[in-house]
Design a protein around this ligand. Sequence first.
Ligand SMILES: Nc1ncnc2c1ncn2[C@@H]1O[C@H](COP(=O)(O)OP(=O)(O)OP(=O)(O)O)[C@@H](O)[C@H]1O
Ligand SMILES: [Mg+2]
Length: 288
Amino acid sequence: MKIISAINFKGGVGKTTIIWLLAKFVAIKYQKKVLVVDIDSQMNLTLDVHFDEAKGRFNKEFESWYLQHIKNKRTFLDALKAFEYGKGNFFDFPINATMIYKMSEKLHFIPSSDEMYWLESDLSNRDRIKNFIKIFLNKLERTTNFDYDYVFFDCPAYFNALTHSVLSNSDLIIIPVNPDIFASTDINEMLEGLSRRIQPLPPAKIGVVMNKAKTMRDVYLTPESKKFLKEAKQAKTVIEHKGISIEVFDSCVPEKGDIKKAMPTEKFPQEFEECFEGLWSKLKGLVE
Ligand SMILES: Nc1ncnc2c1ncn2[C@@H]1O[C@H](COP(=O)(O)OP(=O)(O)OP(=O)(O)O)[C@@H](O)[C@H]1O
Ligand SMILES: [Mg+2]
């Protein structure tokens, strides 16, 4: 089981979009067993995938599972709170298949809740929580036969004890950037900040993906996007100098207005196939 997460303290760069489309790509095209976990209190991923805008509510099947799941106090957040009061690997919470929403045989989902917003004030033991993700996933593996190939985490734009745990236990951290003057400074500042807070760093490989790249005739990067990609690569040189290994990929995700529509569908959007194929071949190399 490999853990892959997306992070950038800049909002709206495409963390949620990239993590979800990658997870869907790997589950559908490569028939890998995938779990996706939304840990952002904004619940964007949970909403993007399960909310029916026309009807103004969650799709029926998800909604009935979700409401029951909250009522039974079987959420990921309930597990995290119980973990804080446990000892060592033990905590008193029934981690089992009922915590997981099965979208298909290969694609499983753990939703977020807006209660996650209060994590930073509700949880005090950051050192203990650092181990939560590993212990949670190990327990899930033991009590189910799901045997995930990959677990993808959609992180918020802010840093808290749970993000700390996810990033500390990730095999691969994806940093999505946009083609603008912040691309290179964001990478530098993000890694500078993480290296002071996550010890030892880097436990994970780090991959930078340019999202919302501007293209010409749907294929070539515009000179401006090329320039920002080049700057991101220069940031890589500075960071590597500090002993952190990082890849900046040439495979960029183009800006396309209909990407949001591709989020809830069961199929992988054909127009993004080539791009995600290129991206995944690079990411897979880093994570294996
Ligand atoms: N390649 C793309 N082309 C066009 N629109 C995109 C693309 N990627 C993301 N978007 C849109 O940009 C917005 C922000 O994307 P997303 O929610 O994935 O960012 P985020 O980094 O997860 O944001 P947040 O920090 O709020 O969690 C969404 O409306 C999404 O549909
Ligand atoms: Mg997001």
